[in-house]
Design a protein around this ligand. Structure first.
Ligand SMILES: *[C@@H]1O[C@H](CO)[C@@H](O)[C@H](O)[C@H]1NC(C)=O
Ligand SMILES: *[C@@H]1O[C@H](CO)[C@@H](O)[C@H](O)[C@H]1NC(C)=O
Ligand SMILES: *[C@@H]1O[C@H](CO)[C@@H](O)[C@H](O)[C@H]1NC(C)=O
Ligand SMILES: *[C@@H]1O[C@H](CO)[C@@H](O)[C@H](O)[C@H]1NC(C)=O
Ligand SMILES: *[C@@H]1O[C@H](CO)[C@@H](O)[C@H](O)[C@H]1NC(C)=O
Ligand SMILES: *[C@@H]1O[C@H](CO)[C@@H](O)[C@H](O)[C@H]1NC(C)=O
Ligand SMILES: *[C@@H]1O[C@H](CO)[C@@H](O)[C@H](O)[C@H]1NC(C)=O
Ligand SMILES: *[C@@H]1O[C@H](CO)[C@@H](O)[C@H](O)[C@H]1NC(C)=O
Length: 625
């Protein structure tokens, strides 16, 4: 596939001809970037099974989040992190790194299998299981408590694979077209069906903390349906559900804008400003080199995305010690969001690099559309990168155009320099760096940190040379916002992608069973359900299903358990009381339950079981505090 080169971008570089110093500085930075880029690509490959040197035991194509197994334990594969990483690898593949194809194919096979692994979010047959955030590296379910579901994963996986399918369809080779149609589509279709089905339900955000509607999730879902629909049409598959839902998702996306910035999470009671790297990452993840500076699509060069970027950056100026000496409008270390307390709440490499990456994409877009328009909305951003900036439209051949782009490039580069300043000399990228002194913190060798470096480098090269741009995902024709936003859902079918490597016979029809248990409990006592199948934790205490007491009242001491179970199967189960001193009380008998048969092909339907606790009741421990 031939990516459309951006020859016009050369003009940006040549605009510096008059000033010797910046050119030198930029060459030096470019040199440093190439060096760190090599380390970063290798850092990613080291974290992919089965051969990655830091991913022992990971199955082929499984991308671990980090080799760190304690404090924090990230030795899992996250659907989101893996999807973003794979998109980077596919982009590198398109840019000529042909050795990466086997990684892409292994990933496809691993994802086909993971889609069928039933898990605490659900099973494949209802689609719910696709929202599970993470799995063990041996492709088995993780039963621990977690912020689930997370609905960005399927969209990001689809985007990575759709980009690969675009290449397969461009080679003219029959076997490549067949791989796209039979293997890639089989996996992508489940993910797109999930998005069309569940986009209008809440889930956890990309930081796994807030339950609500996340800007990032909504933005990447819109993109996935738009490009998925285009691919489906090329391959001859039905796309009506994608076409009907994409505009509704875009409509919801508009509602996050509060006049000053995009609020990261809505439909939540989380008390935060909502200023968050979530939105910057969303702008990057939905960048389209052929789009204009569209506010509706929050494109990197759009007034809203630029205004948002300034608000985001400024939120870290005074809170981190390492930023204290930086002048007001200069580049600084940035993190996830100002209220963050995870590992002490520090800057992250991937978020600091994101500021630069958004702006490199913006530079590409201004060069393509041959102008920069400064509006009241983004004037504050412009003033901080170029103080004489004024509202107006500046054409390609004007001096002002060159000055503006020059200033943006310098500003973006300065964020890369900040990240470099706080990288260890080995180039190893952890998750965070200390807000106090800049030393690396939290998970080491974070795959996403490395991937973020590589995408930043590609974005910069395309902004400053004729390095080919990323392929368009169809944004220019997907910007129509319906006049009224509607709540909706288009349920679809989910099938194991057997042709792509899913185990034959997997992914059978499952029924969503609600177990209602009457059990009077004291504050601090918790109830669990356990049983003789994988879905019920195989009688293992640590894998037992936690219950919720949201509807518990004095009149109705109700504990609820929800689990998808294979239709027409029989299970043996019972309930457990976990005392406030972590000991357990057991029921005095085991129960059996036969799940109804499949309601109809695919959709398994629902069932409810009514139970009452049979066994000893608990008493609060009398431990002294
Ligand atoms: C998969 O990995 C987990 C975590 O290491 C382990 O507990 C489990 O036994 C493994 N399962 C299989 C089937 O190997
Ligand atoms: C569902 O869509 C409607 C219409 O856009 C919106 O008002 C509502 O917040 C959405 N809810 C979720 C959870 O996405
Ligand atoms: C920097 O910003 C702070 C807070 O907005 C302001 O109080 C201060 O005067 C500014 N300093 C400079 C040098 O502009
Ligand atoms: C840097 O700060 C972190 C806390 O953010 C602290 O744990 C660490 O010891 C400090 N390192 C040095 C070299 O001062
Ligand atoms: C349900 O299972 C029973 C025995 O396990 C089997 O005889 C029956 O055909 C199954 N019903 C359906 C609808 O699959
Ligand atoms: C679980 O127990 C039920 C009831 O005894 C039995 O029919 C079923 O086969 C068991 N399932 C497994 C996976 O052992
Ligand atoms: C329920 O079944 C499990 C697994 O066979 C067994 O360990 C447990 O003792 C049984 N409980 C009762 C009360 O029979
Ligand atoms: C649970 O409690 C409710 C309210 O007291 C009662 O109506 C219901 O029959 C109970 N369920 C069982 C299985 O005992």
């Amino acid at each position: 596939m031939i990516l459309r080169p951006i020859t016009v971008a050369l003009a940006v570089a040549s605009a510096y001809g008059a000033v010797a110093e910046p050119i030198h500085r930029r060459d030096d930075l470019a040199f440093q970037i190439e060096k760190q880029n090599k380390i970063s690509i290798q850092g990613v490959l080291d974290n992919i099974g089965p051969k990655g040197s830091k991913a022992p035991g990971a199955f082929p194509g499984v991308i671990i989040a980090s080799p760190s197994t304690e404090n924090p334990d990230y030795f899992f594969t996250w659907t989101r992190d893996a999807g973003l990483t794979m998109k980077m690898l596919v982009d590198e593949f398109l840019h000529g790194n042909l050795g990466l194809r086997s990684y892409i194919q292994d990933y496809l096979k691993a994802q086909a299998t993971l889609q069928t692994v039933s898990n605490p979010s659900g099973a494949l047959s209802s689609g719910r299981g696709l929202g599970e955030p993470k799995f063990y590296v041996n492709e088995t379910r993780f039963n621990g408590d977690w912020g689930r579901p997370q609905r960005d994963g399927p969209a990001l996986r689809a985007t990575a694979l759709i980009t690969y399918a675009g290449w397969l369809l461009s080679t003219g080779r029959k076997e490549d077209a067949k791989e796209a149609k039979e293997k890639v589509w089989a996996v992508v279709q489940n993910d797109l069906n999930y998005v069309a089905h569940y986009w209008n339900e809440t889930g956890f955000d990309l930081w796994e903390e807030v339950r609500g509607s996340s800007f990032f999730t909504t933005a990447v879902q819109h993109r996935a349906l738009v490009e998925g629909s285009a691919l489906g049409k090329r391959l001859g598959f039905p796309t009506a559900n994608y076409d009907s839902q994409a505009p509704n998702i875009l409509c919801l996306l508009q509602t996050f804008w509060n006049g000053k910035y995009a609020v990261a999470n809505i439909n939540t009671d989380m008390q935060r400003t909502g200023v968050d790297a979530n939105t910057v990452l969303a702008s990057m993840a939905t960048f389209d080199p052929e789009a204009t500076c569209e506010d509706t699509l929050f494109q990197p060069c759009s007034p809203r995305a630029l205004a948002n970027l300034k608000v985001y950056v400024d939120s870290f100026r005074t809170i981190y010690t390492i930023n204290a000496k930086s002048p007001n409008s200069s580049a600084v270390a940035t993190g996830r969001y100002a209220e963050d307390v995870y590992f002490g709440g520090n800057p992250w490499y991937l978020t600091t690099l994101a500021v630069a990456e958004q702006l490199y994409y913006a530079i590409q877009q201004w060069n393509t559309i041959n102008s920069v328009s400064i509006t009241d909305v983004d004037l504050p951003f412009w003033k901080s990168v170029y103080s004489p900036a004024k509202v107006g439209k500046y054409g390609k051949n004007s001096n002002e155009f060159n000055k503006l782009l020059d200033a943006v490039l310098d500003w973006a580069d300065a964020f890369v320099e900040v990240s470099h300043k706080y990288m260890p000399s080995s180039g190893a990228l952890a998750e965070q760096y200390s807000r106090e002194n800049g030393t690396a913190l939290s998970a080491r060798d974070l795959t996403w940190s490395y991937a973020a470096y590589v995408t930043m480098r590609g974005a910069r090269l395309s902004a400053t040379s004729n390095y080919p741009q990323l392929p368009s995902w169809g944004a220019p024709s997907a910007n129509k916002v319906p006049s009224v936003c509607v709540a909706s859902s288009a349920p679809g079918m989910y099938k194991p992608a057997v042709a792509a490597g899913a185990p034959p016979g997997s992914g059978g029809c499952a029924v969503l069973v609600t177990f209602n248990l009457n059990a009077t409990t004291y504050y601090g006592e918790n109830l669990y359900l356990t049983g003789n199948t994988t879905d019920l934790g195989n009688w293992r205490l640590e894998d037992a299903l936690p219950g919720t007491a949201n509807e518990y009242t004095e009149e109705r001491p109700l504990w609820k358990f929800e689990v998808e179970l294979p239709a027409n199967s029989t299970v043996s189960y019972n309930y457990l009381r976990k005392q406030d001193d972590d000991s357990y009380l057991y029921e005095t008998q085991n129960r059996t339950y036969t799940v109804p048969v499949c309601a109809n092909q695919g959709e398994g339907g629902t069932a409810t079981v009514e139970d009452a606790w049979l066994g000893p009741t608990g008493t609060p421990s009398t431990r002294l505090i």
